[in-house]
Design a binder for this molecule. Structure first.
Ligand code: AMP
Ligand code: FE
Ligand code: FE
Ligand code: ZN
Length: 292
């Protein structure tokens, strides 16, 4: 079994990289993509444990991108050189912006009379990429909400009083950063774009012209109809159809690692497709302009 989309404590997952790989081994996941938000800090530990447990690790990343006034998309990058200097610098810059934003969200909550300790939010994030899920957990712990999902709907989702936008790349910038570190850009969970079929196709066309190489079709929450529609688009645009659960551990309790689709998916074809689309790393002067 293959699962190409999973988070660790390096971002907003609740299992350490070691625990994640152990779980993969137990679940029979033989190839695991480690795709934390804006950080590669989980990769060395996962590689080390993967070697011990016989789980092949594909080093990955998940980047948010702002693609129009309304929307945010997530772009996965596979087979990245996670030691690439430029990648590390850009990710570190992004995490700095995340930190400022989280701090401002906590300030807003406190102004609203919903007291949350910044120290606790920092503690929950540890050395990882800080985000709304950590603020949500602090809200839950302090009894202001009953569930994580309530924390989002009352305070942290777009339109809610403590929500703040995140500084993000454009899709083109995100894909360039992935390409410049030798990686393969894949559109994550397209259903979350909430586009009609024809709009999605237009959007995809643009992304393909900017370097998109794959689309995540087999995602835990996609319906059979969505999988079929995305499958057509994948063939039309020669994109690799990938599978990923988006496992986060306790932060997303409904989602299990390696959630299957084994009858629908040709895992070898998926993995070969990704490998075949690996390019050479771009040098600094080939990477046009600033990504952000
Ligand atoms: P951030 O990157 O800080 O904006 O946080 C985004 C992350 O929050 C996503 O990757 C999800 O893990 C999580 N998230 C977003 N919306 C919800 C929700 N309604 N309930 C639970 N988790 C959510
Ligand atoms: Fe997440
Ligand atoms: Fe995502
Ligand atoms: Zn994810």
């Amino acid at each position: 079994m293959v699962d190409l989309h999973a988070h660790t404590t390096a971002s907003d997952g609740t299992l350490t990289p070691w625990e994640l790989v152990d779980l993969a081994a137990v679940k029979g996941v033989g190839v695991l993509g480690v795709t934390d938000h804006d950080t590669v800090a989980g990769i060395p530990g996962a590689l080390e444990r993967g070697e011990e447990e016989g789980v092949e690790i594909i080093p990955g990343i998940e980047l948010g991108a702002k693609w129009n006034d309304a929307g945010q998309m997530h772009i996965l990058g596979y087979h990245i050189d996670w030691q690439d200097r430029r990648l590390l610098d850009q990710l570190s810059w992004l995490r700095g912006r995340r930190r400022e934003r989280a701090q401002r969200m906590v300030d807003r909550l406190n102004e609203l009379g919903v007291s949350v300790s910044w120290e606790r939010v920092e503690e929950l994030a540890g050395s990882g990429s800080i985000g709304r899920p950590h603020v949500a957990r602090a809200l839950l712990e302090s009894g202001h909400v009953r569930t994580i999902s309530e924390a989002f709907s009352l305070y942290l989702s777009p339109g809610a009083p403590a929500y703040l936008e995140k500084v993000e790349f454009t899709p083109r910038g995100a894909m360039q950063l992935i390409r410049s570190s030798g990686g393969v850009p894949v559109l994550a969970h397209p259903a979350t774009l909430k586009l009609a079929d024809s709009q999605l196709e237009t959007c995809l066309e643009g992304l393909v012209s900017e370097g998109l190489a794959g689309i995540e079709i087999y995602w835990a929450k996609h319906t059979a109809g969505e999988r079929a529609a995305y499958g057509c688009l994948a063939s039309r645009y020669n994109l690799v159809a990938t599978m990923g659960s988006d496992f986060h551990g306790a932060t997303k309790p409904g989602i299990d690692l390696g959630m299957g689709f084994t009858d629908e998916v040709d895992a070898d074809q998926m993995l070969e497709g990704l490998s075949a689309r690996r390019g050479r790393k771009l040098s600094a002067h080939e990477v046009a302009g600033d990504s952000a």
